[in-house]
Design a protein around this ligand. Structure first.
Ligand SMILES: NC(=O)c1ccc[n+]([C@@H]2O[C@H](COP(=O)([O-])OP(=O)(O)OC[C@H]3O[C@@H](n4cnc5c(N)ncnc54)[C@H](O)[C@@H]3O)[C@@H](O)[C@H]2O)c1
Length: 315
């Protein structure tokens, strides 16, 4: 198949790129490298280094004639979405609208669209934990709200123009290659600090919970979705991709500290706007739809991640 991966040079996108290349698909990555890296993906994979909504990128996507477009490019910082809502909306709303409008106008292509959305920031604070897709959408951040707007555009263009789509709402993804220098990705941030013996900061009381899902499991969900599209059995709709388990950030720190054999201390700082208290998502719908289940346990995923950061630190 011919597959476009936007954001394919980022953390999650590059793992998707690796998997799709290993499966023998013909790829086109579109990434402006605002938070991704060329080195994240094999040199043999063609990269359009531009915004996915640029005329240049959209023209190259049209010429490529993809069977599947995996849209993983995004502004991913919750904090930035609160500080600069217009920028978040530019990338996570307006640019998606532009991309979909161009794709639906190309009558010669009808790719299956896979939108990488968020489960962690979608539902907001709720007592329904783990939270199913049918729960009210009450995001605490503009990042979550704008991701919802994106989902609605995918649904709109399916209903009105027949562009098939699957939305995958991910939990808190962690694993090798996550960028520890943004403020998203607590596992990446802690990994680097623990290995250096530096203090780790928790914003809030540490009792906030998250659903930590290993990147390899997320890639499996994307690969199963893509395979279903190839065989004409694509599932249209919206699916949570998470473990369903609530883990406190404090417990995460303790597990990681022990795994790394680190002497780092824990420091507490005031909580930040846009952060919800509890988050875990119910993935039983995707288990029924395409037989996806998370395989990596938290201790083993954490071990793999810390080992990767340890190796990287030596280079
Ligand atoms: N990391 C998580 O825990 C998590 C959880 C839920 C959803 N997601 C979603 O997964 C996707 C990937 O996130 P990630 O964690 O890998 O972050 P990331 O920052 O590593 O990846 C995003 C990629 O998109 C690229 N990009 C950003 N704006 C672009 C634009 N306008 N045009 C082209 N490329 C652009 C960046 O350069 C980067 O390579 C995002 O859509 C994010 O919202 C991530």
């Amino acid at each position: 198949m011919k597959i476009v991966i936007t954001g394919g040079a980022g953390f999650i996108g590059s793992h998707i790129t690796d998997r799709m290349q290993a499966e023998g698909h013909e790829l086109l990555v579109v990434d402006d490298l605002s938070s991704g890296f060329r080195e994240n993906i094999p040199a043999s994979v063609p990269l359009v280094e531009d915004s996915f909504a640029s005329d240049n990128a959209l023209q190259q996507i049209s010429v490529f004639q993809p069977d599947v477009v995996i849209h993983a490019a995004a502004q991913i910082s919750v904090r930035k979405s609160m500080e600069d809502p217009a920028f978040d909306a530019e990338v996570n709303v307006k640019s998606i609208l532009k991309m979909l409008n161009v794709l639906q106008s190309q009558q010669s292509i009808r790719p299956h669209l896979v939108f990488i959305s968020t489960g962690g920031a979608m539902y907001g604070d709720t007592d329904q934990v783990p939270t199913a897709e049918s729960a009210p959408i009450l995001p605490e951040s503009l990042y979550g709200l704008h991701k919802r707007f994106g989902e609605l555009y995918f649904d709109f263009y399916y209903r009105v123009s027949g562009l098939p789509y699957t939305v995958l709402r991910l939990g808190n993804v962690y694993g090798p290659r996550q960028n520890p220098h943004g403020e998203a990705g607590v596992v990446a941030i802690f990994s680097e600090k623990l290995l250096r013996g530096e203090p780790c900061t928790i914003f809030g009381d540490g009792l906030q919970t998250r659903d930590f899902v290993y990147v390899g499991d997320v890639v499996e969900a994307v690969a199963l979705t893509t395979a279903a599209a190839a065989s004409g059995n694509a599932k249209i709709g919206t699916y949570n991709v998470g473990t369903g388990e609530e883990v406190t950030v404090k417990h995460l720190f303790e597990l990681m500290k022990e795994t790394a054999g680190s002497s780092s201390e824990l420091v507490f700082a005031p909580g930040r706007p846009g952060e919800q208290k509890r988050s875990a998502i119910d993935a039983s719908a995707i288990a029924s739809a395409i037989n996806w289940n998370p395989r990596e346990s938290l201790p083993s995923g954490i071990k793999l991640t810390i080992e990767w950061f340890g190796e990287r630190g030596k280079n």
